[in-house]
Design a protein around this ligand. Structure first.
Ligand SMILES: Cc1cc2nc3c(=O)[nH]c(=O)nc-3n(C[C@H](O)[C@H](O)[C@H](O)COP(=O)(O)O)c2cc1C
Length: 178
């Protein structure tokens, strides 16, 4: 609508943008990687499939992320999809304080990036490309190996709260290795 403040480029504040976008539900994934001496990881709601051939996935991460440079240096990462009872795990991996891996059970993927034991599904990736888009980077990974679990409901983030789809998805196990 002409004359409406929100039609003027630059008039949309980050707060309004965040608030309105919170109505769009997302899944929750933990992106992990391994530095020389310790595992690193953080939560994203922006994880998505990008391409089937080649198999590419990606996520958007704020340019000020402290973990992204470590992941970029490793050149590999694992995307761990969380299930409905992982609200606390998500809070832990998005917290600025404390050791995010303290008390978390994990094992190394082929790239050595951590696979969280409780992940519903995981995709082990080699870094493919990174693009800066506004105040975020789009990080793209080429999937090297992936698995999915059975009988699980996903963790969903919607309007600032955790929930789920309320359906049991009886997924067929998936295993692919390049
Ligand atoms: C449910 C949920 C989804 C999130 N999604 C994203 C996301 O897609 N991109 C992002 O940069 N941060 C996202 N965050 C915030 C980061 O997890 C958080 O800022 C974290 O502290 C970043 O860590 P770092 O500074 O160690 O990289 C999300 C947080 C939560 C709780």
């Amino acid at each position: 609508m002409a004359g409406d403040a929100n039609t003027i480029r630059g008039a949309v504040s980050p707060q309004v943008m965040r608030s309105v976008m919170s109505y769009y539900p997302t899944g929750v994934a933990v992106i992990t990687s391994m530095t020389k001496d310790k595992p690193v990881g953080f939560v994203v709601g922006s994880f998505t499939s990008i391409s089937l051939d080649p198999p590419l996935v990606g996520f958007f991460v704020a340019t000020e992320s402290s973990t992204l440079p470590l992941i970029q240096e490793a050149g590999v990462f694992c995307c761990n999809v969380l299930s409905s009872d992982h609200g606390a795990l998500s809070a832990k991996f998005s917290s600025k304080t404390g050791d995010r891996f303290d008390g978390v059970d994990w094992r190394p993927a082929g790239t050595k990036s951590p696979i969280l034991r409780e992940a519903v599904a995981w995709l082990d990736c080699a870094h493919y490309d990174t693009y800066q888009v506004g105040d975020h980077y789009l990080v793209v990974g080429e999937v090297l190996e992936l698995r999915a679990a059975r009988n699980v409901t996903p963790l969903v983030f919607h309007k600032g709260s955790y929930g789920t789809t309320g359906q049991q998805n009886d997924l067929a196990p998936v295993r692919e290795t390049m």
